[in-house]
Design a protein. Structure first.
Length: 264
């Protein structure tokens, strides 16, 4: 009975055991046994198989759908996962000088600004800085953003728009003032410092403490304060944990983004 119970699982070896037992019983003149085999069920891939298919971009359903995410969807998730990391909003901004030489530095990402056709990455800089000079000559720039938690890299290239006191657009002027009000006191104070990159000398006059007046209210931003808006045209995405790579491009005529998987 125990053998028959084990054999009832229905595998090939079990069927062979039952066949041998039946032959022995017949030879001994004893009643044969009868086993009802369970119906065969289709194999269902486990989580590892599904995740492998998703990583490879194979098959329909959620696995294939996951590969059609735009860069904006991907970076939103990466940002949400990195909020608790100190420096998680630091990005690397590359510009070129008049001689075509590249220059790269770390700046702080301060959110997105929705435009009429697309979104821009918000950053700030000093109007007297080297990078501001580069951008005035050539607004084409690239930002690299690495997310260590998810092992994801975004390379976003496009044009940078500098927004200062001379901008007539109410939309961008309001965005500049809004960004100024959100800065810390120490960050605001820096825009009254001496010329960036010049030989160091002790300041003759102290900047207004915290960029505030004597009554504690925030002063109006000086001409040196610029809002930087990077309007991406191309985004290159790489996920190192499975070497998935994707490129997104903006169609200037339609304002629509297209995505395509590429070799890493």
């Amino acid at each position: 009975k125990r053998i028959c119970s084990m054999a009832s699982c229905g595998g090939p070896c079990a069927k062979a055991i039952v066949a041998v037992l039946t032959a022995v019983l017949l030879w001994l003149g004893l009643p044969s046994i009868h086993v009802t085999w369970p119906a065969r069920t289709a194999l269902v891939p486990g989580p590892s198989a599904v995740s492998t298919a998703a990583a490879a971009g194979e098959g329909p359903g959620e696995a294939a759908q996951a590969q059609r995410k735009t860069w904006r969807q991907r970076i939103k998730k990466a940002i949400d996962r990195s909020r608790a990391i100190r420096g998680g909003n630091f990005v690397q901004l590359a510009t070129v000088d008049a001689a075509g030489q590249p220059h790269c530095r770390t700046v702080v990402f301060r959110g997105f600004l929705q435009g009429t056709a697309s979104e821009a990455l918000r950053m700030i800089t000093d109007a007297r800085s080297e990078k501001a000079e580069h951008i005035r000559r050539s607004p084409v720039c690239e930002v690299v953003w690495w997310f260590p938690i998810s092992s994801e890299q975004f390379r976003m290239s496009g044009d940078i728009q500098l927004v200062g006191n001379d901008i007539a657009s109410p939309e961008f002027s309001e965005a500049r003032l809004d960004q100024w009000s959100k800065l810390s006191d120490s960050a605001r104070e820096q825009f009254w410092w001496s010329q960036p990159g010049a030989p160091y000398r002790e300041a003759v006059e102290s900047p207004p403490k915290g960029g505030r007046s004597v009554d504690g209210s925030i002063l109006a931003p000086p001409d040196s304060f610029l809002l930087m808006l990077l309007w991406p045209r191309k985004v290159k995405y790489l996920r190192l944990r499975d070497n998935f790579a994707q490129q997104d491009g903006l169609d200037a005529e339609t304002g629509m983004w297209t995505s395509a998987r590429v070799n890493p």
